[in-house]
Design a protein around this ligand. Structure first.
Ligand code: EPS
Length: 362
């Protein structure tokens, strides 16, 4: 069975939940390492005051004993501390008593760019909050917790994954200034992040079916993060405008490449070079100077919802992108090598590298 992730949770509900199935038994998890990744996701300039309220920590409810996976479903929880302010508004059950706290009044002013309008039309909700809560990027906290577990598995295979920010608001540096300027204009920003995975051996993913292609999976995982509008692998879009002689990565003795324009993936399979992917995040849709919208209660022109939000969350996005890429790489590694026990996975890894003589000496 391959690694699978199911998540649940609303932004201001009691908690975010992740269940991972298919993890081998015997993998050591470090609580401090998972919490450090959760902390990294919360940092970065331009975040909302919500981040001072939340101090994300992982709780494990199942699948782990004394820090080692049992080979059973791993259940992770990240609590929403802000829920205490939404106990009436986000109560899973019909709330008792007078309305109090936040989320007590229906939201009817959809924000262009958020889930608000499409979500209420699709699901028949009368309150935009019923759509926006699950669509919120708060969900990414639990993706990071799951990605941190995947990174532990990859580390056992000597694979390392790191996400970094390339641009915020079109700038390659001076990010604080560009964020301050957007905040002063009551506006928001997006940006571009890059994820690199080193130590990836050849043979992860497959051209056999569209779904098994490593590039299909990485693109889907990155597009699955809130606000992502573009993904490229290796030189991506730039490859469309150069000749083949300037696009492909020539092979040298030792089977290494002279360049890495393919971003470490050919025909949907890792080729032994560094995996390089980039993703573009649009500006956040909650603007303090709201865009034009329509009040769904009256049908009249109105300004979109204004509520506490981030100016930019690109630094967080780099951590989330790292997490989802790690998760996909852990999936394809388990598909290639198998093993419901870590010891068998490691034996298969050794045997495979020996068969393909990797790394090769030129
Ligand atoms: C988000 C809106 C803001 C962000 C949130 C994503 O939430 P709130 O309305 O509670 O201030 O802070 O991100 C997080 C809470 C987080 O932990 O990343 C949205 O609408 O997507």
């Amino acid at each position: 069975m391959t690694l699978q992730l199911t998540t649940a949770g609303e932004s201001h509900g009691p908690a975010l939940v992740a269940i991972l199935t298919g993890l081998p038994a015997g993998l050591v998890l470090d609580r401090a390492a998972i919490d450090a990744d959760l902390r990294r996701r919360q940092q970065g300039y331009g975040r909302s005051p919500r981040q001072q309220l939340e101090q994300d920590e992982v709780e494990v409810l199942a699948g782990l004993r004394h820090g080692k996976t049992l080979g059973t479903p791993l259940a992770l929880v990240v609590r929403n501390r802000d829920h205490k302010n939404w106990e009436w508004g986000m109560n899973p059950w019909p709330p008792e008593g007078e309305p109090s706290g936040k989320g007590t009044k229906p939201v009817t002013l959809p924000r262009p760019g958020h889930a608000d309008l499409a979500g209420v039309l699709k699901y028949g909700h009368a309150d935009v909050r019923d759509a926006l809560e699950r669509a919120s990027a708060r969900h990414t906290a639990v993706l990071v917790a799951a990605g941190s577990v995947a990174k532990a598995l990859l580390a056992a295979l000597r694979i390392e994954v790191a996400g970094t920010v390339l641009e915020i608001g079109g700038e390659r540096d001076a990010w604080e200034a560009v964020i301050d300027s957007a905040r002063a204009d009551r506006d928001t920003l997006g940006g571009i992040v890059e994820v690199r995975a080193t130590g990836v051996f050849p043979g992860l993913g497959s051209y056999a079916t569209r779904e098994e292609r490593l590039d299909t999976r990485l693109a889907a995982a990155l597009m699955g993060i809130q606000a992502v509008k573009g993904v490229e692998i290796g030189d991506g879009f730039a490859l469309a405008s150069v000749r083949g002689s300037a696009a492909h990565d020539e092979i040298e003795p030792g089977l290494r490449r002279r360049s890495n324009r393919a971003g470490g993936i050919e025909a949907g399979i890792s080729n032994g070079e560094e995996i390089v992917v980039r993703a573009a995040m649009k500006p956040l849709p909650t603007l303090m100077r709201p865009l034009d919208s329509v009040d769904l209660a009256t049908g009249e022109p109105a300004q979109a919802l204004v509520e506490r939000s981030d100016v930019a969350a690109v630094e967080a996005f780099a951590v989330v992108a790292e997490a989802v890429v790690s998760f996909e790489l852990a999936c394809v590694a388990l598909e290639k090598l198998g093993g419901d026990a870590l010891v068998d996975l490691l034996a298969a890894h050794r045997a495979y590298l020996e068969r393909i003589q990797w790394p090769r000496t030129p």
